[in-house]
Design a protein around this ligand. Sequence first.
Ligand SMILES: O=C[C@H](O)[C@H](O)[C@H](O)COP(=O)(O)O
Length: 310
Amino acid sequence: MATTAPEPALPAAKPPVLDAIEAAKRKAAFQAVKEHFSSDMQFVGIGSGSTIVYGVEAISAHLKANPPPNGQMNWFVPTGWNSRKVIEQAGLIPIAFDSLPAARQLDVCFDGADEVDEELNCIKGGGACLFQEKLVAERSKKFVCIADYRKNQKRLLTNWPYVPIEVAPIAHASVLANLKLLGSVNPKLREHSLAKTGPVQTDQSFYIIDAPFPTQLLTSRDLRVRGLKGDGTETDEKGNKLWGIVQLAFAIRSITGVLEVGLFQEMNGIEAQNAGKTGGQKPVAVYFGMADGSVTSRTAEDVERELSSS
Ligand SMILES: O=C[C@H](O)[C@H](O)[C@H](O)COP(=O)(O)O
């Protein structure tokens, strides 16, 4: 865990007037970009949501101050329609994920999260993007997450109340029924606030189900310390199923009709092999903008060190 002192000046031409949370996100974004982006990077993934907008602002400012060497191009891989618009509006050049050269990893991807636990597992999908974000994160040498202090929690499902899941429209009712069998309480198809406009649709024209679970998700350390399997077969004193993150993600993904689950966690087996030694669903570092104007970061190395000493 590292904390930087508040910096009075940011390299922006016209600093916007921001409330405390937006200012925290922006500080975190500039710090993350400062430590993980360089002008010679050729392919960079850009996530979705309100926080990544500041990441793109920081990248754009960096490139203006430090143009790429020898006229080299920087290509930015969006994770959806809105992400592409943010890239274009910043004057950066988007390239579609499926136009990338074969077997070419992205140098880095930056994205936000809805909640991050102490082992850097994340919940994502609060803004209805998760499938393309996972594709891009897994294809990147490193995924760097930008967030604010509200999202920094010991375990997932602490402040953020549900797991977003992207599902085929035709299967949504059966997925809802199966989620209840896994212990989700009152999972819901996400609808527009003006309900008559129907379910929210993703960039794949799929639906989103938001699935609350009554217990926080157990980390690998929790499972080890408490001697649990985390596969939902054990329960707490109220009879609620106890889930580890990896086990719940796998169980949800195994439901027919689920395209992807908004839990970004350790990969297993063939997925991990395919990702090689770099890349993956979990961020290598998360930058949290704090309420006092400082930025706290937590890295995969911090987690490794703590796990090996506990
Ligand atoms: O679906 C949206 C994405 O996963 C976002 O990265 C996540 O919801 C965080 O969004 P925000 O930065 O707006 O809090």
